[in-house]
Design a binder for this molecule. Sequence first.
Ligand code: TPP
Length: 255
Amino acid sequence: MNKDNKRMLYKRPEGLTDKVMHYCAGCGHSLAHKVLAEVLDELEVREKTVGVAPVGCAVFAYHYLKCDISEAAHGRAAAVATGIKRALPDRIVFSYQGDGDLAAIGLAETVHAANRGENITVIFVNNTVYGMTGGQMAPTTLNGQHTATCPSGRDPAGMGHPLRVCELINTLEAPYYIERVALDGVGGVLRMKKALHKAFSVQIAGKGYSLVEILSPCPTYFRMTASESLKFVNREMRDCFPVRVFRDQGTPQNA
Ligand SMILES: Cc1ncc(C[n+]2csc(CCOP(=O)(O)OP(=O)(O)O)c2C)c(N)n1
């Protein structure tokens, strides 16, 4: 790792408060918050940014990010973000959502905001489980993965297959930028940063809807150590959810 990358990973960004984070050891939310804070400052938009955090482990984002944050009811973040952006078009607006929130109860809002090409940035943290409520099955739970509500492993015969959100949103005309990244090591963190930069730049330029999906470890409900959970993201999750740019500049990208 070169010196600049090392510095980036260990320095506490200006855009984070001094509060000690409550996340479990090895959880991806803390890293995602940190990089998000850096990106907002590098783009010099933090002071005019409004985030929307619905329910889920990241509901306390307002404790950590030094920008305005609004709560939303479970799944309604895309609708709330739409309202804020339309009422205050000079603000930079993002939603920050887990897979239970965005891909289950909030799927309709997610699809329709994308289909309308709202000029918002959606940050989708996919850890394949409902973390906050005890590790239940989410739409993105992998086939065979054990959770509190599928203790014998997800069986697609009765439970359906993992929902691929980027692929789904990529069927729509309006979205401008769609990328999936994975928090599975230093390279993944750097790619997440690049993707967030791009997504917010799209919004700043007024180009429309951007979505960054972040495959993220949940060691507690994967029932693994932090390092085992990184391997799970790298192997199992990436196998089901390919990491790539799906669309850039409004043009679908070939795999
Ligand atoms: C209307 C409503 N139904 C259910 C809940 C309970 N609830 C709180 S968080 C959550 C799931 C969050 O999971 P996810 O979005 O995957 O985020 P994570 O905690 O894994 O980061 C649920 C179902 C709620 N708060 N409101």
